[in-house]
Design a protein around this ligand. Structure first.
Ligand code: HEC
Ligand code: HEC
Length: 396
């Protein structure tokens, strides 16, 4: 396929959600603060499903204005690494089943037998309907009608807004970094995501933030079921589309439920040093520095402490750069415990794995790493030897 053709196709895919949104405003003349029209359905996914990518072959980042060219380039190199939904059969069945399980933008629902989950995550129809109206007003222009991360603003910001349809989240306090806890998502909405276009919404009443979180969990579960069933159709998995979707919903609900259990939380070790944690012992910072460059192998991705990190793929098939840890910008929050969570269980969708069990089980090692990462941007906080190595000799 020529680059021109694939770009045209990318353009068509990209504008899918945008066209629906513009259409809504033009045809119905309605304000984004109104509920969605009742005859609007969630469109079935048409953009490529990324299964895998060639880690050894990272292309240059795309220019702003496109989410899709990166993913199209994966396909151009190797067609087996993606699935094109437009090649699949039985999609009409899937569309009907998804509407049955998840409703429409105006009347969203999650039809699972797991009533405990509905309660714990507030996924009842009333909350979802309220969340949907608020989402349309505050989030849809970035995160898209189906939560595909492809709203009209999306191509112009980097990182691109989150595509919720993989069920993957970055900033969680869950061991192993699976599904997030509800409070993790609430915190993201309260704080925003520093260093990205994701704003904070703390001026809104907590109740409204909470309703929107319910709604995006709904979008995420819907999108993940869609992804899994499309993959099933492609892989010619046995069983009809309906039963695959029902089974998918059950498994995904179970994952969300498990992450809400108390024992799923990362429980940080008690801070092992006396004195103010804001002014940690120099020996701890130095041990953290050695771990960073040694056993914990952080430097392998955070090249030159992140000042020269090469781009890598994330699980969506777009690019991410291991954070510049000298820059004092932390997407997932800057509290010591936020850094602790990241080190403990990683940023899985960005392919940063959690640290080894040996380190995770060791209170000193964990806090030494946190102390080093927190001190790293401030040359004056570093022990002389460490400062010379990070910033070159003579820097104060
Ligand atoms: C201006 C664009 C923009 C708007 C508006 C926006 N977001 Fe985001 N959002 C982003 C970007 C960009 C990211 C991804 C940041 C990243 O990958 O590090 C993101 C990520 C997220 C995440 C993922 C957090 C995680 O742990 O992975 C959630 C949840 C989220 N947004 C919720 C919302 C909600 C709810 C709204 C509306 C109230 C909203 N966003 C409005 C741009 C936006
Ligand atoms: C396999 C590559 C890889 C390794 C190894 C790695 N990281 Fe990362 N790290 C990343 C990537 C990629 C990001 C960016 C995540 C994002 O923003 O989506 C990141 C982000 C971070 C962040 C910033 C989180 C935020 O809130 O913005 C911290 C802190 C961090 N890493 C610390 C570490 C430490 C400490 C180690 C060693 C224990 C380590 N990393 C090992 C790839 C890696």
């Amino acid at each position: 396929m020529s680059a021109g053709m694939s770009l045209a196709k990318a353009g068509r895919r990209l504008t899918g959600t945008a066209a629906v949104l513009f259409g809504l405003v033009l045809v119905t003349g309605c304000d984004p603060a109104d509920p969605y029209p009742t005859d609007l359905s969630y469109p079935l996914r048409t953009d490529l499903l990324v299964l895998n990518y060639d880690e050894a072959n990272i292309p240059a980042p795309e220019p702003l204005g496109s989410v899709e060219t990166m993913i199209d380039r994966i396909r151009e190199k190797d067609k087996t690494k993606v699935i094109d939904p437009t090649d699949l059969e039985r999609l009409d069945q899937l569309e009907r089943k998804l509407e049955d399980l998840f409703g429409t933008p105006a009347e969203p629902t999650v039809k699972t037998r797991n009533t405990k989950l509905i309660k714990t995550l507030s996924l009842d129809d009333k909350t979802l309907a309220a969340g949907s109206v608020l989402y349309r007003r505050h989030c849809v222009h970035c995160h898209g009608l189906t939560g595909d991360g492809r709203g009209p603003t999306a191509p112009w910001v980097h990182p691109h807004p989150r595509d919720y349809r993989r069920g993957l989240f970055k900033f969680t306090s869950v061991k192993g970094g699976g599904k997030p806890r509800r409070e993790d998502l609430m915190r993201t909405l309260y704080e925003g995501i520093e260093g990205t276009s994701m704003p904070n919404f703390r001026v809104l009443p907590e109740e409204q933030r909470s309703e929107m979180i319910s709604y995006i969990i709904h979008l995420s579960i819907r999108g993940e079921v869609e992804y899994e069933v499309m993959k099933g159709i492609h892989d010619k998995v046995r069983g009809n589309v309906d039963s695959q979707a029902t089974a998918g919903l059950k498994n995904i609900s179970d994952d969300w439920a498990a992450a809400q259990e108390d024992d799923a939380r990362i429980m940080p070790h008690k801070y092992p040093y006396t004195g103010d944690p804001a002014d940690p012992p120099k020996e701890s910072i130095e041990r953290g520095f050695r771990l960073f460059n040694g056993d914990a192998a952080c430097i392998g991705c955070h090249t030159d402490y992140g000042r020269n990190s090469p781009f890598r793929y994330d699980k969506w098939g777009t690019l991410v750069r291991p954070a510049n840890l000298t820059a004092v910008v932390y997407r997932g929050g800057r509290r010591p415990v936020d850094i602790y969570y990241r080190i403990h269980s990683g940023v899985n969708p960005s392919n940063m794995a959690g640290t080894s069990e040996t380190i995770a089980n060791d209170d000193q090692k964990m806090w030494d790493l946190v102390n080093f990462v927190k001190a790293l941007p401030y040359p004056a906080m570093l022990p002389d030897k460490v400062r010379d190595e990070v910033y070159g000799p003579g820097r104060k």
